[in-house]
Design a protein around this ligand. Structure first.
Ligand code: B1M
Length: 211
């Protein structure tokens, strides 16, 4: 098995220490940091997302895989920056105003990072105006809104409306969270909906034109 395959496997199995060791070994062998991301980290997290989507693994397994990916990324990030390699797409994510749930939103963020998006996370209880200000500041290609409460779904409507009316640079809006559906996304004029963190990556990639 090649070092990159070993690294992929370590991430998929949530072995953070091994992931760090194999990422370092790949660097020592002269593999470019960008190739390590593209050929080991991204496919490993894509496989994790696919398994999660198919209910073959659950939140805990996904979290340990994400932690392993982060360990490898900590090692690679300074070298990527030094080489001038930055992610091609930026995603701005946040939980809408009035809503403090962030476990699902964080998973979506981790998976997007695993797919080599730069992720700007505004946290929870985010007012619509803060999303607009952050769009102007960070110029993301995609904004991800999360809501877990039926009572905060109206805040999602308001956020989409405010972003659209703000005159900020054009951006795709993806929404998700337990009470959210494709029908709701269509009703409020969001560009996409994803039922889980694995699908969120597929949808985000589609929306930004990466696939
Ligand atoms: Co809250 N809570 N909670 N809670 N809580 C729910 C959501 C609830 C269903 C529990 C229940 O009554 N059965 C209920 C909502 C009912 C409703 O609106 N229909 C509820 C309630 C009522 C409340 C309070 C009002 C309780 C109270 O105080 N009376 C209160 C509200 C606080 C507030 O937000 N203002 C409250 C508080 C809390 C805690 C703070 C204690 C805690 C949150 C901690 C945290 O997030 N840091 C909490 C928790 C943990 C839950 C449950 C138990 C678990 C939610 C969770 O993290 N799931 C939840 C009941 C349940 O779901 N069993 C519940 C795991 C997570 C991985 O899944 O978030 O769905 P989820 O994310 C998924 C997908 O939805 C999707 O991908 C994720 C991964 O697959 N997804 C996206 C999510 N965001 C996405 C964005 C995307 C795409 C996909 O694109 C951008």
């Amino acid at each position: 098995m090649t070092t990159l395959e070993q690294l992929s496997q370590a991430i998929g199995n949530g072995k953070a220490k091994d992931a760090k060791v194999f990422a370092q070994r790949a660097l020592d062998e002269g593999t470019a940091p960008g190739d390590i991301v593209d050929q080991a980290l991204v496919p490993a997290m894509a496989a994790v997302g696919e398994k999660f989507k198919n209910n073959e693994i659950f939140v805990p397994e996904m979290l340990v895989a994400a932690r392993a990916m982060k360990e490898a990324m900590l090692l690679l990030e300074p070298r990527l920056v030094a080489a001038g390699i930055t992610p091609k797409f930026t995603a701005l994510i946040g939980t809408v105003q009035g809503d403090l749930h962030d476990i699902g939103k964080n998973l979506v963020g981790v998976m997007l990072k695993g797919a080599n998006f730069k992720v700007v996370d505004l946290g929870t209880n985010v007012p619509a105006a803060k999303f607009v200000a952050a769009i102007n500041e960070h110029r993301p290609q995609i904004v991800g809104l999360s809501a877990l409460l039926t009572t905060t779904m109206p805040a999602m409507v308001e956020t989409v409306r405010t972003i659209r009316a703000s005159g900020c640079p054009p951006v795709k809006i993806m929404i998700g969270g337990a009470p959210i559906s494709q029908q709701f996304a269509d009703e409020i004029g969001a560009d996409g909906f994803a039922p889980d963190a694995g699908s969120a990556v597929d949808r985000a990639r589609e929306l930004v034109g990466a696939i």
